[in-house]
Design a protein around this ligand. Structure first.
Ligand code: DGY
Length: 326
């Protein structure tokens, strides 16, 4: 089988340029970058090519990995890899590469954007103006919650659940806003990497935080980590921000916590069954919804495409993966 790559969906041109410069033959499964490839087309593509360059929307299960005994590697254009059966890949001796590090700052920016948007009712305000509802400046118009210190100096607390690269980058930004920042992680020593952040256990964090932001990976341990009981334990009037993975939150329980007024708002970039969104989250002024845009800047997506392409080239040449799982 000649060195060729199956690219499941059209990626930024910078990535294609790397693949072409390496002289690889390419097949693109789905030319429309906004549409995923279906499972059957994915398996068929893997059968035809020894290298796979895929996206987090591609379900790369054991069946896909085993579809081609000559498969040399899987280059995922994302840092998360929960769509890939990593155990099966290991068992089959198929290396998997991702794009670690590059999207940290962009995702942290988007986290703060969501936090500010829900706290200060930015989307609601935009709609209010756009719909012609604005009559005059109003002393009580669309009052939100402060993020930085209040006039009396009282600080808002941000609780960060998961303190990897993105959690730490969110913490640095929040400290810059004058927030108190507490973090929960299974590796408490990590918290010391950002001076000013305090470690807290998860229960205490949920009980005391005005804003809770999620930054754990998707796995069995984090599945519905924020369930009905944990939502109920959150400080009344708090906000939940999720730019990690939708499965970390029980979406129905979140809808109920919002409807009951226990939580004041939520900013969500990820959902349990993307692109499906729980109907109770739609048309809700206290919720800001985004279509999984954490890493969506031109610079970052170009770099992610280049890193995934570099991994694909290495697999095709039988060289070590330059950007392994991380
Ligand atoms: C990732 O890389 O895992 C993000 O969710 C999308 O870029």
């Amino acid at each position: 089988m000649s060195a060729s790559v199956f690219v499941t969906r059209a990626i930024p041109e910078a990535g294609f340029a790397v693949l072409r410069a390496a002289g690889l033959t390419l097949e693109v499964g789905q030319e429309d970058p906004d549409l995923p490839l279906d499972d059957a087309a994915l398996v068929a593509g893997v059968r035809r090519h020894p290298v796979l360059l895929c996206q987090l929307t591609d379900r790369v299960g054991r069946d896909v990995l085993a579809a081609n005994p000559a498969l040399l590697g899987v280059a995922q254009m994302a840092v998360g890899f929960d769509n890939i059966d990593i155990e099966a890949a290991r068992a089959l001796g198929i290396p998997v590469g991702t794009t670690p590090g590059v999207l940290t700052e962009a995702t942290a920016d988007l986290t703060l954007a969501l936090l500010l948007a829900v706290a200060r009712r930015v989307v609601e305000g935009h709609r209010y103006v756009e719909r012609g509802n604005w009559k005059a400046w109003g002393p009580q118009l669309l009052l939100g919650s402060g993020v930085g210190p209040a006039p009396d100096g009282a600080k808002k607390t941000l609780g960060i659940v998961g303190f990897g690269r993105i959690g730490a980058a969110v913490a640095r930004r929040a400290l810059g806003f004058g927030m108190r920042v507490v973090a929960w992680t299974r590796t408490p020593a990590r918290v010391a990497s950002v001076p000013g952040v305090e470690h807290a256990d998860l229960d205490a964090l949920l009980r005391t935080s005005d804003f809770v932001s999620l930054h754990v990976p998707r796995n069995e341990e984090t599945h519905r980590l924020i369930d009905a009981a944990r939502l109920a334990s959150m400080k009344p009037g708090a906000y939940l921000i999720n730019t990690a993975r939708g499965t970390v939150v029980d979406e129905s329980a979140l809808v109920e916590a919002l409807a009951a007024g226990h939580l004041r708002g939520a900013g969500l970039d990820v959902f349990e069954a993307e692109p499906e969104v729980h109907p109770g989250l739609l048309g809700n002024d206290r919720v800001v919804l985004l279509p999984h845009l954490g890493s969506a800047t031109r610079e970052v997506r170009d770099r992610m495409a280049v890193m995934a392409a570099e991994n694909a080239v290495a697999f095709a040449r039988g060289e070590p993966c330059p950007h392994p799982l991380g």
